[in-house]
Design a protein around this ligand. Structure first.
Ligand code: ADP
Ligand code: MG
Length: 690
């Protein structure tokens, strides 16, 4: 039976299965239980625990139909084992059904009249009228099914109109018809305490009586580990293969040594840190290859990624190619534009600004230049979204790449042939996550900050001490420093968030009449935004009131105080990014987190982490622990991982193992790798080849 074998089913059933992502017989076999119910034993009704799934065997003593206020069916039952004689009130139980069919009612009535037993599975709870079970699973016992099952009962993820019983039957049939011959080396599996796939699946679909329900439900059983490993291996293989495939494509070789790079270095008012030197070199070597670079430049906030990118740009420009430089927000893109222009125009590089918000005429001109003479094009993702022709794109640089979706990353790859790609991110992600999300990239890391920075001191203030904060702000500005005031984040409503920013601006203007105060928020026209930012950079504004538009990348060295209002609403990564906006000069900086008590447990934990830690990687690690990986990389990234069972946080050791074996298989036994991929990903792998 081949892995592409489709499930033979009529159209309505096929549609339901497709909703579950099940197309092949094999998909059914790899469709694994959410949890297990223990139907192997009966619990005596007397003293049965409340709030736990359990199975009882009962006789029906009464059936009543309640027409109002809500039609429902109430079935009073008593313990069956002692002949149905209720010992006391406590031993009777009401089964309550809010929706039911007439046929169901008739079957129950028949069972009552014939005195037949009912086997019921559910959770007892304290109802309004005593103990009850709402919508339990039940079955009238006849001769043929008197025996209790010997194995735990798997409960599968399903969809409306597809019962567990039907799904179980389909899976059972598919299992008997599917070839599960082992793909991995048996000795290797044994050495890593992993059972064969066939054995693992047998345990997971039909656990033997000896298996502990808890261990299975926690997914800690070796059978689960094998499945998770296989899945991670498929992910590694497919990302790695996509990486290798792109390596076989052609890209322009950009000569390593060039005058432009040297001239830019010579004009800088600082010397590169050792870490910057190292990554500049890694990137430069990559650009000189005949295949497209696919590199991620990781570095904490303020580590100086922009200059590294600019040096890479010089290498491409010197070789006669164009460079596209994209940032996720207008403000950030504009800052980059201004900075790059100030660095490169004196060196006679033609730098062009392109944004979705530009006036038509300006935009048309920028596009024309992009199609002809422009050497560096800076902008937002208008660069990939618009119909835009590059004359000869050699390098694409994407700042804060985690803000862009995977699809946009792929899109860029298709733009202008096969440009070299440099992605930058200040969101450090823990190793096991990185291995998974960035397995298709080479990674360079800047692991040191430029010298002379004084660490930012973080202070926590409850809202009622706001007056003290305002005082501090006044003093700081009196000493010639600048400050940010970050307005509350209101995720559920951009409109309310804007209003909050306007209110804050008005209040602060009233409280601090002697200060020059500016306001930036996402709804501002880009020219106004740019003007305000430029005034802040030039020191003509003392206090910049802002929404989170300043979260990424903004760089004003003289700003040494940041106040974040309602800090408890922000995520850890955001707080770290925001705080990174200060502490960029030699002046000691302070970040004040104003919070509104009482704090939720989660908010308290976050504020504690941000108070105690400054290192982005450590904060990311703690963030992962607090939140789990699902949310971590953001929903926009979630198209790629292809993981249903493995948990990148809990199964870190398996990720490493999978990465090792993936490398080995692709090298030594590509056919085996292909078979594994087909088994686990089927069509889904195409997503990655795009
Ligand atoms: P990020 O990595 O967060 O993008 P930036 O590239 O914005 O950081 O750099 C932060 C600030 O540090 C900028 O003002 C930049 O000019 C400055 N900078 C970068 N490299 C160095 C260095 N080696 N020495 C001193 N200052 C530097
Ligand atoms: Mg930056």
């Amino acid at each position: 039976m081949s892995p592409t074998d489709e499930i033979p089913a009529a159209a309505p059933l096929r549609d339901k299965l497709r909703k579950l992502g099940l197309e092949r017989r094999l998909d059914l076999v790899l469709h694994l239980p959410l949890r297990y119910d223990d139907e192997t034993k009966l619990t005596p009704l007397a003293g049965a625990p409340v709030g736990q799934p359990l199975q009882i065997e009962v006789l029906i003593v009464e059936i009543s139909l309640k027409p109002a206020p809500r039609r429902q069916l109430l079935v009073t039952v008593v313990e069956a084992v002692n002949g149905g004689v209720p010992i006391d009130q406590r031993d009777s139980l009401v089964l309550r059904f809010l929706s039911f069919h007439g046929s169901q009612l008739r079957i129950l009535e028949l069972a009552r009249d014939q005195g037949r037993r009912l086997r019921v599975f559910g959770e007892i709870r304290e109802g309004f009228f005593g103990l009850e079970m709402v919508h339990p699973r039940y079955r009238v016992i006849d001769e043929s099914c008197e025996q209790l099952p010997v194995a735990l009962t798997p409960v599968y993820p399903t969809t409306a109109g597809l019962s567990q019983t039907a799904l179980r039957r389909l899976i059972g049939r598919a299992r008997s018809e599917t070839d599960l011959s082992e793909i991995l080396d048996a000795g290797w599996c044994a050495a890593h305490a992993l059972p064969s796939l066939a054995d693992a699946l047998a345990v997971l679909h039909a656990p033997p009586p000896s298996v502990d329900t808890e261990v299975l439900n926690q997914r800690a059983h070796p059978a689960w580990r094998r499945v998770k490993f296989d899945e991670l291996l498929a992910q590694q293989l497919s990302l790695r293969r996509a990486y290798l495939a792109r390596r076989r494509q052609a890209a322009p070789r950009l000569a390593l040594l060039n005058d432009l790079t040297d001239r830019l270095k010579a004009t800088l008012p600082f010397v590169l840190t050792a870490a910057q030197h190292r990554v500049v070199h890694e990137i430069a070597l990559d650009l000189a290859q005949a295949y497209p670079m696919q590199r991620l430049l990781q570095g904490d906030v303020g580590s100086g990624k922009t200059i590294v990118a600019a040096l890479a740009a010089c290498q491409a420009i010197a070789a006669g190619y164009q460079v596209a430089f994209m940032a996720p927000t207008e403000i950030l893109a504009e800052q980059h534009y201004l900075k790059l222009r100030s660095w490169l125009t004196p060196l006679d590089v033609e730098v062009v600004w392109l944004s979705g918000r530009q006036r038509q005429s300006a935009k048309r001109l920028s596009k024309q230049q992009t199609a002809s003479s422009a050497q560096l094009i800076v902008g937002t993702h208008a660069l990939i979204q618009d119909k835009l022709d590059f004359a000869r794109l050699g390098l694409a640089i994407v700042d804060e790449q985690h803000r862009f979706g995977v699809m946009q990353r792929l899109e860029l790859r298709r733009k202008g042939g096969n440009p070299h790609q440099l992605m930058m991110s200040a969101t450090p992600i823990p190793r096991t996550l990185a291995m998974s999300y960035y397995a298709d990239l080479d990674v360079s890391t800047i692991d040191e900050l430029p010298p002379g920075r004084t660490p930012v001191r973080t202070r926590l203030f409850a809202e009622h001490r706001r007056a003290e904060v305002i005082d501090r702000l006044r003093q700081s500005v009196a000493r010639g420093r600048q400050a940010y005031w970050v307005c509350p984040l209101i995720e559920e409503s951009p409109k309310l968030e804007l209003q909050a920013a306007l209110d804050t601006y008005a209040i602060l203007s009233g409280e601090l009449p002697e200060l020059r105060i500016g306001l930036v928020h996402g709804r501002l026209k880009s020219a106004d935004k740019a003007a305000t930012m430029a005034a802040f950079v030039a020191g003509e504004i003392d206090l910049l009131v802002a929404t989170t538009v300043i979260e990424v990348g903004v760089d004003v060295a003289n700003a040494s105080l940041m106040v974040i209002e309602h800090a408890e609403r922000f995520g850890l990564a955001q707080l770290h990014q925001l705080r990174g906006r200060v502490g960029r000069g030699v002046e000691a900086s302070v970040c004040v987190l104003l919070y509104q008590p009482p704090l939720s447990e989660a908010a308290r934990a976050r504020l504690k982490v941000i108070f105690q830690h400054h290192d982005g990687f450590e904060i990311a690690r703690q963030d992962l622990q607090l939140r789990g990986p699902g949310e971590f990389v953001g929903s926009r990234q979630s198209g790629v991982p292809l993981l249903r069972y493995a948990d990148l946080n809990a199964d870190g050791d398996l990720v490493e193992l999978a990465q090792q074996l993936a490398g080995q298989l692709l090298c030594d036994d590509p056919d085996r790798a292909t078979r594994h991929l087909q088994r686990w990903l089927g069509r889904r792998e195409e997503l990655l080849r795009a």
